[in-house]
Design a protein around this ligand. Structure first.
Ligand SMILES: [Zn+2]
Length: 122
């Protein structure tokens, strides 16, 4: 069965639209795949794409950042030209940041270096 990332707005659907700014502030994106979810979702479930890379030892605080710009939502990564263009074709459907405006923490850089993974910052 195909996995889907939770869309933050789904959980917030019953809230007053005036709360949106509050909700928006809690959105963070994964440094590695740029998946956007709320902080709570990352804390509970980790990253849908990078679980195997990160392992259990690293806290979501160390592989996510609120400092991203732009957002694209993807429903069918394999057939989307935009996904190929943004190198998102192998990831689960969900919302992704167009660019990350932060350098990853040293702890995450070490993990990625050890695994030979290079970050694309868009
Ligand atoms: Zn990720």
């Amino acid at each position: 069965m195909e996995r889907y990332a939770d869309v933050p707005a789904h959980l917030e659907a019953n809230r007053d639209p005036a709360d949106f700014a509050l909700t928006n502030k809690t959105l963070v994106c994964c440094y590695v795949c740029r998946l956007i979810k709320s902080r709570n979702q990352f804390a509970d479930q980790g990253c849908d794409n990078c679980r195997n890379i990160m392992g259990p030892s690293i806290s979501f605080e160390d592989f996510t950042t609120p400092n991203f710009s732009g957002m694209i939502s993807i429903m069918d990564p394999k057939s989307s030209w935009a996904c190929k263009w943004l190198h998102l074709g192998k990831y689960v459907p969900g919302s992704y940041a167009m660019a990350v405006n932060d350098d990853p923490p040293d702890e995450l850089q070490d993990i990625l270096e050890n695994k030979g993974i290079k970050l694309r910052h868009g």
